[in-house]
Design a protein around this ligand. Structure first.
Ligand code: URQ
Ligand code: ZN
Ligand code: ZN
Length: 472
């Protein structure tokens, strides 16, 4: 099967240029002006549109068992929704229960993900430590293509890592040439603040941000950065939401430390007033961690993205419907944490990023696709418009608009944090390894089409860090 995307403007991480793109099977076969049309080739007219690398969302949680329930978007419905918005790969998370063998958890998530409609990789979370965890990290890295390991510094009495686990696991990452990532919130402080708020009778969603102020995130971000500095490993901090975390990253990077920052589309646009809305479902629908912040943090995050202190945009797509969120009706600490975003990330970033002049189209490609591919060792198979790369492509109409709503989105959730926003910049066609999965509003996602992406260890960033620090 071959497809010619004709008449468009290719936008990659470096530049924009007029070119047709020929897809043969699952790969990009040719790029150039006025390409020949082989017999039997389907032609897609991309006149006036852009042809970009498919989006990569490096932070999702499809069908995650969490806080007594299971996230409502599974690996098929969630990746299908991503394709509708121009995202063609995800990096999800295997999150073992404490004391659960890593390989057992890995096999469970692999089974769940077989139904995915788009390609996927896994970060594996380290939620406990003993010799078997050390061993299994090595197995996952050498045999199963896992080159990044996650550490939750929040969620005490559940999946939280203390410093001992962080130090042991970061050290193991150095041995393996793997990249450690962290959810940076001080879980001990959250636990204490939650308890104090509930005892004061503050049980509504307004208590959620009060229990996780920016300092709680800033402390953990800085602690993880300092541990990484002393041990000599690069570090990736997920969902930076606030100025203190950003400042910690900027300081470290300014001193030459290899720290990468991720920001969620939601944290760039939504402020903490949502938690003071009197409608419980509306406020609870925004409960995620770290929480949405006061307005000044959003502008700072945009500046961090422009300054190169933040490198990737993600969604932390982790859906819970109203009946699930209602578990915390009388106690905000029991509201399942998580929001959707995978379908709208690209349009939101285009509208508020490129539309505002904060980002060029190439910078948009960098922060929605290429940087994540390079940091997580998927490049140039993913995150590139290049001959030989997977034909993960999005045909993008920069002039088209759409209004975001839970009534029309493809995400399996009854809520949308971007509800009612009309955004310009829309995916008209999305190709997943050559399969046209989204075409002018027609979702043709195929259950099980997605493949597991094994990722090599090491890479430029890891090797450069070894030379700089002598670690590993
Ligand atoms: O913390 C995470 O990243 C997972 C559990 C999703 N939930 C959230 O509130 N971010
Ligand atoms: Zn997190
Ligand atoms: Zn997450």
């Amino acid at each position: 099967m071959s497809t010619l995307i004709r008449g468009g403007t290719v936008v990659d991480a470096e530049h924009s240029y007029r070119a047709d793109v020929l897809i043969a099977g699952e790969r990009i076969a040719a790029i150039g002006e006025d390409l020949e049309v082989p017999i039997g080739t389907e032609v897609i007219d991309a006149g006036g549109q852009l042809v970009m690398p498919g989006g990569i969302d490096p932070h999702t949680h499809m069908q995650l068992p969490f806080m007594g329930t299971v996230a409502s978007d599974d690996f098929y419905s969630g990746t299908a929704a991503g394709l509708a918005g121009g995202t063609t790969s995800i990096i999800d998370f295997v999150i073992p229960n404490p004391q659960q063998p890593l390989m057992e958890a890995f096999e469970t998530w692999r089974g769940w993900a077989e139904k995915a409609a788009a390609d996927y990789a896994f970060h594996v979370a380290i939620t406990w430590w003993d010799e078997s965890v050390h061993r299994d990290m090595g197995l996952l890295a050498s045999e199963h293509g896992v080159s990044s390991f996650k550490h939750f510094m929040a969620y005490k009495n559940a999946i939280m890592c203390d410093d001992e686990v962080l130090v042991n696991s970061f050290s193991r990452c150095i041995e393996l040439g793997a990249l450690p990532t962290v959810h940076a919130e001080n879980g001990e402080l959250v636990f204490r603040l939650q308890k104090a708020l509930v005892e004061r009778g503050i049980t509504g969603p307004e208590g959620h941000p009060m229990s996780r102020p920016p300092a709680v995130e800033g402390e953990a971000a800085n602690r993880a950065i300092r541990i990484a500095e002393v041990l000599g490993t690069p570090l990736y901090i997920v969902h930076n939401s606030c100025i203190p975390a950003l400042q910690a990253i900027a300081r470290a990077r300014g001193e030459g430390q290899r720290v990468f920052g991720e920001v969620l589309a939601g944290h760039l646009l939504i402020d903490d007033s949502v938690y003071r809305n009197p409608d419980f479902e509306f406020a609870a629908g925004h409960v995620m961690s770290p929480p949405f912040r006061p307005k000044e943090h959003q502008e700072a995050l945009w500046q961090g993205l422009q300054a190169g202190h933040l490198h990737t945009t993600a969604t932390d797509h982790c859906c819970f419907c109203a009946p699930q969120k209602a578990a915390g009706k009388d106690d905000f600490t029991k509201i399942p944490n998580g929001c959707a975003g995978i379908e709208d990330r690209m349009s939101v970033l285009w509208h508020y990023g490129v539309g505002s002049g904060r980002l060029t189209p190439s910078e948009f490609v960098r922060v929605t696709s290429t940087n994540a591919a390079q940091i997580f060792n998927l490049y140039p198979r993913k995150g590139a418009v290049a001959v030989g790369a997977d034909a993960d492509l999005v045909v993008w109409d920069p002039a088209a608009s759409r209004t975001i709503s839970a009534k029309t989105h493809h995400q399996n959730i009854d809520f949308n944090v971007f509800e009612g926003r009309t955004v310009t910049g829309v995916a008209t066609h999305t190709f997943s390894r050559g399969l046209l999965a989204w075409a002018n509003g027609d979702l043709r996602a195929v259950r099980g089409h997605g493949r597991y992406l094994k990722r090599p260890l090491g890479g430029d960033y890891v090797e450069a860090n070894r030379r700089r620090t002598g670690a590993g």
